[in-house]
Design a protein around this ligand. Structure first.
Ligand SMILES: Nc1ncnc2c1ncn2[C@@H]1O[C@H](COP(=O)(O)OP(=O)(O)OP(=O)(O)O)[C@@H](O)[C@H]1O
Length: 260
């Protein structure tokens, strides 16, 4: 858990987010603001809208209504109950604010570990290859992946692949890193190594929003826990409150069905 809190504007701010798929209203007025260095865990039952929230925050889905900004950049504005997005170079700039780590790693299968990590900084950010490779080498070490540099994903364990995908996201120098159930495809021993890496990032004050079913991990790492159900944030606060002493009956009912 990060201890140093800075007084500055939020890294990301979402307000009044609404999203429906046909008749299915998946987000029904969600607001979320994340400060620099803050770690937010999002928990809740299946189908509650957690992944859709992340997909809207990362511009993989568009909001029907509501607004979204990254730092000073207003990415999407609510105009009379309908969301309008920035376009072209501004949209591209918006994408540079965040990184996303998926449940199933989403690595390029034909590329080596180093190529997976260096591809986007060189190709998208047009940075110098030599400088990017130096940084990538440091990320490989930080993720405990020494010796894997020239391997392709199918030669790695799931835990190693997920650590490559974290390194790949960090290589873009994002201001906030989003995780969508980063360990749900992993066996328990491989889960531990990925959680250790995320905890180390939290200790370095990396701003993160983590959708997770791991309650013990959420308790340890999160400054704030959001409980989402039915497309709304039902309860929000420190882990001691939301996980250990939930006030809301819906939160209590969900947690009582989980084994840690
Ligand atoms: N692209 C889509 N098209 C249609 N319906 C969708 C789409 N994406 C999500 N949904 C629906 O939105 C609802 C919320 O799904 P979402 O994946 O956001 O929930 P979740 O809380 O992340 O659940 P889980 O913990 O199971 O991943 C579900 O009813 C789902 O079927």
């Amino acid at each position: 858990m990060s201890t140093i809190k800075q007084q500055s504007s939020p890294v990301v701010a979402l307000a009044g987010a609404r999203k429906a798929f046909g008749d299915n209203e998946v987000l029904r007025g969600v607001s979320l603001s994340v400060d620099p260095g803050e770690v937010v865990a999002v928990i809740g039952p299946s189908g509650g809208g957690k992944s859709t929230l992340l997909r809207c925050l990362t511009l993989l889905e568009t909001l029907d209504a509501g607004s979204l900004s990254y730092g000073e950049l207003s990415v999407a504005r609510d105009e009379g109950g309908k969301t309008r997005y920035v376009k072209g170079p501004e949209l591209k700039r918006a994408r540079e604010h965040f990184g996303l780590v998926f449940q199933n790693y989403n690595l390029f299968p034909h590329m080596t570990v180093m190529q997976n990590i260096t591809d986007a900084p060189v190709r998208v950010q047009k940075r110098q290859r030599a400088e990017v490779e130096l940084e990538a080498q440091a990320l490989v070490a930080k993720m405990g992946l020494e010796g894997c540099e020239n391997k392709v994903p199918c030669q790695l364990s799931g835990g190693q692949q997920q650590r490559v995908s974290i390194a790949r996201a960090l290589a873009m120098n994002p201001e906030v890193l989003y995780f969508d159930e980063p360990t749900s495809a992993l066996d328990p021993e491989l889960t531990a190594e990925v959680l250790r890496v995320i905890k180390a990032l939290a200790a370095e004050n990396m701003t993160m929003v983590i959708v997770t079913h791991e309650m013990g991990f959420a308790r340890e790492v999160a400054d704030r826990v959001l409980f989402m159900d039915g497309g709304v944030i039902v309860e929000e606060g420190p882990a001691e409150q939301v996980i250990d002493h939930p006030r809301e009956a819906r939160t209590r009912a969900f947690l009582s069905h989980l084994s840690e």
